[in-house]
Write a protein that binds this ligand. Structure first.
Ligand code: PEP
Ligand code: MG
Length: 569
């Protein structure tokens, strides 16, 4: 048995299809006829473009990928058609007289190194796209055949070092799942697997060495385990587990349009966290009742310069229009900490998570903040917008941020530009000081959204990036539950609503306690929504209130978890 990371839930039992990368022997040999070599390269480039177009066409016809995933191929086509790439390779052939394969390899490596050395995860992941396109290009230059996943004709689990976006798009109905040696939950292959809804285990070290083509394999992508050549008994166990999982998923789909209501009639909102406008599709497909957190920093991180008011307006409007009359909570720029912008240098700090970030930066660099607020306000005419400020620590910060909002709103109105008339302006509660003073904040904020990812790290004084202290990430610790309770009670006292958009909101065991504490809105990754709805619909609010009261009186997180498990199984 090998261990990896469960990237896309499910179980598959099939034969191993080992995707072996063809070897390409490239030397720096010089060529006699430079012009002929340039022609050879150009033909290979034309074939590469045709190949990508073919894969895109096949993927579009198969209808399994979303518009955004199909757009990956457009990005690849753009890369392949970019004259800069071709010119650089041609120049190298001409200037150094080297063969086309070598020139392609050198230029490609340079580009990959450039992308991989960037600070942002987004750009580092784009290196995979460069590799994908230039790998195909090199193969065509050398006349090497690239393996064709689309030609699999037997139920298989694809085993590979990694799967590129074009590999994943070629997977047909015989591909029952995949296991890769590298990758994490946010790698391209993991994201693709989730949208294709096939089980996948990534970061499975040793899989390439251990698995042989044709071996029987059990892929347990619920726990992140891979079993090679299982016994008959193991096969039977996993067949049963697979059946149970499929029944569970099918049962969940039934809940897509059902209300999120407890057995005693208490209704809550189950909404989704998104990073891009496209993610809103997943929220709707999974029965989300709105967006509870739009992390706008991705818009800034995906850009080479500060995104313009117009660019931001288009993105915010797209989300609001997609969500129709459902609420959309947009968080203003939360940069700093582990999220950096290459074009916005921030001085090195000893403790960046305690430093110059989020609302602190926005209040210091107001033009950036004003541009975002204007874009948001203009978009507010197209839906049900709620704006929230991240990392609010003091009442003054909230007042100052709200004042900038009011100024921009007044300016737009004076300019005759339409803005929504029911925009709510609230705040994240993710700093303990804000939780403790929630009753005061609730007088001036329209709503709260509890960011447990940060609230826990600041309460426990435990860096959320450090593995060594990760044991202190304790959502069930009574200290955290009490801060959550103070926040919810503070909001309710002033007739305001309180949500949660940290990871805790989507944890099945947390739903019961949060319901009991009176949380109004739960915001989570789209794929968790239906499971949370099932839990809510099976619960009695009054009983959960009793459970929450007991949890608040516990000493440890372990005791709380035991209590919840005992009460909800
Ligand atoms: C949080 O802190 O809980 C949160 C939702 O924000 P982020 O994870 O983006 O810091
Ligand atoms: Mg946060």
């Amino acid at each position: 048995m090998l261990k990896g990371i469960a990237a896309s839930s499910g179980i598959a039992i099939a034969k191993v299809y080992k995707l072996e990368v063809p070897t390409m022997n490239i030397t720096d040999a010089k060529v006699e006829d430079v012009a002929a070599e340039v022609e050879k390269f150009k033909a290979a480039m034309a074939k590469t473009i045709a190949d990508i177009e073919g894969i895109k066409e096949r993927a579009t016809k198969a209808g399994k990928l979303s518009a955004e995933e199909i757009a990956v191929f457009d990005a690849h086509l753009m890369m392949a058609q970019d004259p800069m790439l071709a010119d650089e390779i041609v120049n190298m052939i001409q200037a150094e007289g080297v063969n086309a394969g070598y020139a392609t390899q050198e230029v490609a490596n340079g580009m990959v190194v450039m992308f991989e050395s960037m600070d942002s995860d987004y750009f580092r992941e784009r290196a995979a796209d460069v590799k994908d396109v230039t790998f195909r290009l090199k193969a065509n230059v050398l006349g090497v055949v690239v393996p064709d996943l689309g030609a699999i004709t037997e139920d298989s689990v694809v085993v590979a070092h990694d799967l590129t976006p074009s590999d994943t798009a070629q997977l047909n109905e015989f591909a029952k799942g995949f296991a890769t040696a590298i990758g994490g939950r946010t790698s391209h292959s993991a994201i693709m697997a989730r949208s294709l809804e096939i089980p996948a285990v990534v970061g499975c070290t040793g899989i390439l060495e251990e698995a042989k083509h044709g071996d029987t394999i059990v892929l347990d992508a619920i726990k992140g385990n891979v079993i090679l050549n299982p016994t008959a008994e193991e096969v039977a166990t996993y067949e049963k587990a697979k059946q149970e999982y499929l029944e569970y998923r099918a049962a969940l789909k039934v809940l897509k349009d059902q209300p999120s209501i407890t057995t005693d009639g208490h209704q809550v909102e189950l909404v989704g966290n998104i990073g891009t406008p496209k993610d809103a599709d997943g929220v709707l497909e999974n029965g989300g009742e709105g967006v509870g957190l739009y992390r706008t920093e991705f818009l800034y991180m995906d850009s080479q310069v500060l995104p313009s008011e117009e660019e931001q307006y288009v993105a915010y409007k797209a989300v609001l229009e997609k969500m129709g009359n459902r609420p959309v909570v947009v968080r203003t720029l939360d940069i700093g900490g582990d999220k950096k912008l290459p074009y916005l240098p921030i001085d090195e700090e000893m403790n960046p998570f305690l430093g110059y970030r989020a609302i602190r930066l926005c209040l210091d660099q107001k033009p950036i903040f004003r541009t975002q607020l204007r874009a948001l306000l203009r978009a507010s005419a197209f839906g049900k917008l709620r704006i929230m400020f991240p990392m609010i620590a003091t009442v003054k910060e909230f007042r100052d941020a709200k004042a900038v909002y009011e100024e921009e709103r007044a300016k737009l109105i004076a300019e005759g530009i339409a803005v929504g008339d029911d925009v709510q302006v609230g705040m994240m509660v993710e700093i303990p000081a804000a939780a403790v003073l929630a009753d005061q904040f609730a007088k001036i904020a329209d709503f709260f959204s509890i960011g447990t990812n940060d609230l826990i790290q600041y309460s426990m004084a435990a860096d959320r990036m450090s593995e060594k202290v990760s044991y202190l990430y304790q959502p069930y610790n009574p200290s955290i539950l009490r801060l959550i309770k103070m926040t919810i009670d503070g909001a309710h006292k002033e007739g305001k609503w309180c949500g949660m958009c940290g990871e805790m909101a989507g944890e099945p065991n947390a739903v019961a306690i949060l319901l009991g504490l009176g949380l109004d809105e739960f915001s989570m990754s789209a794929s968790s929504i239906l499971a949370a709805r099932k839990i809510v619909r099976s619960m009695n609010k009054a009983e959960m209130e009793e459970l929450a009261a007991k949890a608040l009186a516990c000493d440890t997180a372990e005791e709380v978890l035991e209590l919840v498990k005992g009460a909800t199984k």
